[in-house]
Design a binder for this molecule. Structure first.
Ligand code: SF4
Length: 456
């Protein structure tokens, strides 16, 4: 059977809501009742480097499909005030930081980080560099909105230490752009890419989105051609996640006519084929990269990881995250900040860290997180290695997953070795790794309303 029609049949069979596994357990299981002191617990006397995240929530205009934590405004003064608060949060956190730990990775996300003016970016640089020492090989990435980007901003971000960037293209058809309230010309995208390349950004990722109103195979084909013409190092091809009970603005898209499941699938398969024909490799979980890109090389070495920013070549470092809604990660668990500016300012004005909720990891969580990480990133599970680390607990988890894994093996998604309790995900199985990972998720329970986006 032809590859595309084989995938189409399997998508129909396996498509169901599932976590994206940027954390395990997923953020839906974070709890307000966990004591903040427990969430701040960390390993003593470690010299492990930090990974940093800063959330800049502002956008000028709301894209109807948006699933992020955003504040829509045109006021630069709001960003000034937010930087004041961010600085206060960092100062309050200083007591919980350990001396001598350098930073190996940083991500600035949003919202739109380049909502900040050049002067505000320079102030953010001062705030960060005054408090953290960076490794010379630190990977520092920033999310950008091309419509708001200027050449001086690109150089200010480079001076802040940014060496990687990503920006959303989503769809370049004018009718689709009108329907999703996001107008962005192909020339704007070309200009953004040219500035980033001239400024020496090492890797540039672009995001595309299928499943939007007014899209067709032909129109999205033109978007893919434009994306390939931009020649990014990585491409993320996201399926639009329709969760109007969490993001009410998405109801606007229902009025404009969302494609049905069949149309969505045809667009996805067409895009997939075009990207693979152009030489991009499917890493997993919506991400494509050039074979020479370090994500592909890390996957080949079995050293690819996944965290809140997506795929990463930097393993399990403690993530310190600042700003509204940001999520920090340590060896003991996850903690998430409050999600509104009002709560953020109230907590900081009272001299309190703005932590809202979190989860402390059990030994069982650690093991399952590690299994899911291996499956999602390195496409295999080495049973003897896991048994050595986790003993009978691993044997039980594997046995529990087996009844769901065997039918997947029959469909060609993976190879199982029952003797060694190992598995290897096939090329076909890369498209269904969320489904494979879900067999090891102890938190999944039947839900009244789907809380997650679809797996494929
Ligand atoms: S630019 Fe990004 S974060 Fe801002 S509204 Fe659009 S999708 Fe959301």
């Amino acid at each position: 059977m032809e590859f595309a029609s084989l995938i189409a049949d399997l998508v129909r069979k396996y498509q169901k809501p599932g976590p994206r596994y940027t954390s395990y357990p997923s953020a839906l299981h974070f709890d307000e009742s966990v004591a903040i002191r427990d969430l701040l617990h960390h390993t003593e006397n470690t010299r492990d480097p930090y990974s940093l995240y800063f959330h800049i929530p502002f956008c000028e205009r709301l894209c109807w499909f948006c699933g992020c934590h955003t504040i829509i405004t045109r006021s630069p003064a709001k960003a000034d005030y937010y930087l004041d608060l961010l600085e206060r949060e960092l100062d309050l956190f200083l007591d919980h930081m350990q001396q001598g730990r350098e930073t190996i990775q940083m991500h600035i996300g949003g919202g739109t980080p380049n909502f900040l003016s050049v002067e505000q970016i320079q102030r953010l640089a001062d705030i960060i560099h005054h408090r953290f020492a960076f490794s010379e090989v630190s990977e520092n990435s920033v999310e950008l909105a091309p419509v708001r980007l200027s050449e001086p901003q690109v150089y200010a971000l480079r001076d802040l230490g940014m060496n990687r960037a990503s920006f959303g293209v989503q769809d370049c058809n004018p009718e689709v752009q009108e329907a999703v309230n996001r107008i962005q010309s192909v020339d704007t995208n070309r200009q953004a890419m040219a500035w980033l390349r001239q400024a020496g950004f090492k890797s540039v990722n672009i995001d595309l989105m299928y499943g939007l109103p007014k899209q067709s195979v032909a129109s999205f084909g033109a978007t893919i051609d434009h994306a390939l013409d931009l020649n990014p190092d990585r491409i993320a091809l996201f399926g639009y996640a329709h969760v109007p009970w969490m993001k009410p603005a998405q109801k606007e898209l229902e009025k404009r006519g969302l494609p049905d499941g069949q149309e969505r699938l045809e667009i996805f398969l067409f895009a997939l084929q075009k990207l693979m024909d152009a030489g991009y490799r499917y890493i997993g979980m919506d991400h494509f990269a050039k074979p020479e890109d370090e994500l592909c090389r890390a996957q080949d070495r079995g050293e690819l990881y996944r965290n809140f920013q997506g795929y990463s070549t930097r393993a399990g470092h403690e993530i310190l995250a600042f700003g509204i809604s940001s999520i920090s990660q340590s060896s003991s668990g996850f903690r998430q900040n409050v999600k509104t500016l009002r709560e953020y300012e109230t907590r900081l004005n009272a001299g309190q860290l703005p932590i809202d909720r979190g989860v402390c990891l059990t030994d069982e969580d650690h093991m399952r997180a590690s299994i899911i990480q291996q499956v999602m990133c390195n496409l295999k599970l080495d049973g003897p290695h896991f048994r050595q680390s986790y003993g009978d607990r691993f044997t039980t988890a594997f046995s529990q997953a087996l009844p769901q894994l065997i039918p997947m093996q029959e469909d060609g998604l993976l190879d199982i070795s029952i003797d060694t309790q190992s598995l290897a995900v096939s090329d076909l199985g890369r498209f269904f790794i969320r489904n494979i990972a879900m067999t090891f998720d102890a938190y999944l329970r039947p839900q009244e309303k789907p809380a997650y986006s679809k797996t494929v």
